[in-house]
Design a protein. Structure first.
Length: 295
């Protein structure tokens, strides 16, 4: 009751003193928080399969992936992203992919640009016995890679609203395969917000693998995502995903010959003598489900 009387008295005072009421109405709103000069973000997720440019990297097994990014208000950024891989996917002796990248990006209204470089590294791997390096696959022939498997790309991308187009060029031999420098990959992608936490993603990419027999291919992807934060605040940053990935890559293990190599016929990294224990068409279509957390 006392609160009601006090409130009524204050209201009467405001009506009796128009200047007081005007002063209260004109009180400035709190200033928005300034944009920080530096930003750190991270992500971690579990995926039922890992596809790189449409090609199977985990031999159909799940992947645990995660990364962190640093960005500056100027547009400069640096980051690292990691995933488990299968040694039979072209990384003999290795089972981890580590990506290190950096560049500069900027947006102007609906338009954006991104210029940078990325280094792919597979610690513990040995490029020498990599099936992709066999003379049957590599057109100039004879050369054999040594050391760990790695690759360095430089890239440039442009975006408009929810569509982006990116070109990546290998300034090293493409994943340590001899005579394949300047192999290129074109990536056309779209991400559209449907509202209420739902989104759809689409992608078409094409690899031009220089001097590799049957190395060129096109890959496709179509998926849907759901941000679970709309259900309850405790799930903010959690994202469910379902994606279908397919390619026309040459991975028919039943038709491998010296004159018809199938560079995307992978083995599981286990051998009975010189014969792979199991082989797999690494470009075959697959549905992938995932759960990811951003922070």
């Amino acid at each position: 009751m006392r609160k009601t009387i006090i409130a009524a008295s204050l209201a009467s005072a405001a009506l009796a003193l128009p200047g007081l009421a005007l002063a209260q109405a004109a009180a400035p709103a709190a200033a928005p928080a300034p944009t920080p000069d530096f930003t750190f973000t991270g992500n971690a997720g579990l995926f039922s399969d890992y596809r790189f440019r449409g090609i199977d990297q985990t031999y159909g097994k799940p992947a645990i992936q995660g990364g962190m990014d640093f960005s500056h208000v100027s547009g400069i950024y640096l980051g690292n992203w990691d995933s488990n891989v299968n040694s039979g996917a072209g990384y003999p002796g290795g089972n981890i992919e580590m990506d290190f990248y950096g560049g500069w990006k900027k947006t102007w209204g609906d338009w954006g640009i991104d210029i940078g470089s990325i280094y792919y590294y597979y610690p513990g791997s040995n490029a020498g016995p990599n099936i992709l390096n066999s003379p049957a696959n590599n057109k100039p022939g004879g050369a054999t890679a040594t050391g760990s498997v790695h690759n360095t790309d430089v890239y440039i991308a442009g975006s408009w609203k929810w569509i982006s187009l990116k070109y990546s060029d290998a300034v090293s031999n493409y994943f340590s395969t001899p005579n394949t420098k300047n192999s290129g990959y074109v990536d056309l992608s779209a991400t559209y917000d449907l509202g209420d936490g739902w989104g759809v993603t689409g992608h078409v990419g094409h690899l031009n693998w220089k001097n590799m027999n049957n190395g060129n291919y096109t890959d496709y992807k179509l998926g849907v995502t759901k941000d679970l934060g709309g259900w309850t605040q405790s799930l903010n940053g959690w994202i469910l995903g379902a994606t279908y990935v397919d390619t026309n890559a040459k991975g028919n293990c039943g038709s491998v010959t010296l004159t018809n190599p199938q560079p995307y016929c992978f083995n599981n990294g286990q051998f009975n003598g010189a014969v792979p224990d199991k082989t797999r068409n690494a470009g075959k279509g697959v549905a992938i489900v995932s759960i990811m957390k951003t922070f």
